[in-house]
Design a protein around this ligand. Structure first.
Ligand SMILES: Cc1ncc(COP(=O)(O)O)c(C=O)c1O
Length: 397
């Protein structure tokens, strides 16, 4: 590769920066939202139940509870699992802070076992080693969209009487041994933030096969009150009771209409994400300094994110320089994630820090997230590949 890097004053691969993720909202989606805006119910209306039912069907469970975002979904899951002060919950360190924050909201203590070096998913052996008499739950994060090893995690959960929660915010549309994500744990949490597979602006969902847990989470998302506005309207009653401390975590009908419309397109979008990943994998197989993460054979990866791991021994520069060089080329690179136990809050509150999870920490120094979203064109994919090749060849040791 002869051309000068854009970071050194050369011409960039592309002028307008390609983001790492982006929503796709079409005219059908807009029409669905407008229909609700013209209706009687903007919130606590019929679209909420419709979206919940469609989502439960999609993942093959009996119950889905819509909430205002993925973080609220995780918080509701911790409430349903009865997590409280003194309880410990095992959480992957290789995730967004919200995966662990939900434990702290309930007064619990997150414990961070290390991850598998190939997939960066929770390593069941490390999970087991963390369990104490105070441990009540495991939050498995389907990092990047690859489902965790749920059989191994379920066996540990059963043996120690723990609730298994899937943070499936990256993984809707994926599957494990032919079983859909959303049906693999006691409780599974989803996010509908615009960079995720489908969006409702902000939004979230919890899926479960346990009607009792679903009922409790419906109360939790509604201030801890047993009936909502429409139910009281239908009953012709003003009376309600607040039976527990809940929150206003409701998802509006406007958002649910958008979610329903988006959900119909999800299978095609997951297929396109998988196709983009296949093209990246084929291209990066020719670049020794670039290693995609390993995908296990028994899963279908939903590819919310696509990460490469840099072999820094083959490069003259560190990850920060490769990141900056890619951005200068017009590629919206990102990094997922700063390990949760590195954050100042966790260091100060729980005494975590460097050295707790050596595999996650080493991976963090090498990771770069590349653009992947269904609306990307084939030319966009080529631009990413050309830019990565240009940067790693220029910095080759
Ligand atoms: C793994 C994971 N868990 C939880 C969340 C929180 O979702 P939300 O942004 O909808 O609150 C996110 C979103 O970024 C996430 O990536």
């Amino acid at each position: 590769m002869s051309s000068k890097l854009a970071i050194d004053g050369g011409a960039p691969v592309r002028e307008a920066r390609l983001p790492y993720g982006r929503q796709w909202v079409d005219e059908d989606d807009i029409a669905a939202v407008i229909e609700v805006l013209r209706s009687d119910w903007l919130t606590t209306g019929p679209k909420v139940g419709e979206f919940e039912e469609a989502f439960a069907d999609f993942v093959g469970v009996t119950e889905a509870v819509a909430v205002s975002n993925g973080t609220a979904a995780l918080h509701a899951a911790m409430y349903a699992a009865n997590i409280g002060p003194g309880d410990e919950v095992i959480v992957s360190p290789m995730t967004f802070a919200a995966s662990a924050n939900c434990v702290v909201y309930q007064g619990g203590t997150p414990l961070f076992p290390d991850v598998d070096p190939d997939t960066l998913l929770l390593d069941p052996a490390h999970v087991e080693a963390k369990i104490t008499s105070r441990t009540k739950a495991i939050i498995a994060v389907d990092y990047a969209g690859q489902p965790c090893d749920y059989d191994a995690l379920q066996a540990i959960a059963d043996q120690h009487n723990l609730t298994l929660v899937a943070d499936a915010c990256h993984a809707i549309g994926g599957s494990y041994q032919g079983r859909p994500v959303g049906s693999l744990a006691d409780l599974s949490a989803f996010s509908f933030h615009p960079v995720k597979h489908i969006t409702t602006g902000e939004g979230g969902m919890i899926t479960t096969d346990d009607p009792n847990l679903a009922r409790r989470m419906r109360i939790f998302r509604n201030h801890g009150i047993t009936t909502d506005h429409r139910q009281r309207e239908q009953q012709g009653s003003w009376f309600y009771e607040m039976v527990d401390l809940g929150y206003n975590y409701r998802l509006t009908d406007i958002q649910c209409a958008l979610g329903l419309s988006q959900l119909r397109k999800l299978p095609g979008w997951v297929a396109r994400r998988q196709e983009i990943a296949r093209r990246y994998n084929a291209a990066f197989a020719e670049m020794p300094a670039v290693e995609p993460l390993v995908v296990r054979e028994d899963v279908s990866h939903a590819y919310h994110l696509y990460m490469i791991r840099l072999d820094l021994d083959r490069l003259q520069v560190n990850r920060a320089r490769v990141f900056a060089a890619l951005r200068a080329e017009g590629i919206g690179a990102n990094v997922h994630y700063i390990p949760v136990h590195y954050h100042p809050f966790y260091r100060q509150r729980f005494g975590t820090g460097h050295g707790l999870c050596p595999v996650a920490e080493a991976a963090y120094e090498q990771l770069i997230t590349l653009p992947i979203f269904p609306h990307m064109s084939d030319d966009d994919i080529d631009d990413v590949i050309v830019a990565v090749r240009k940067v790693v060849e220029t910095y080759r040791r």
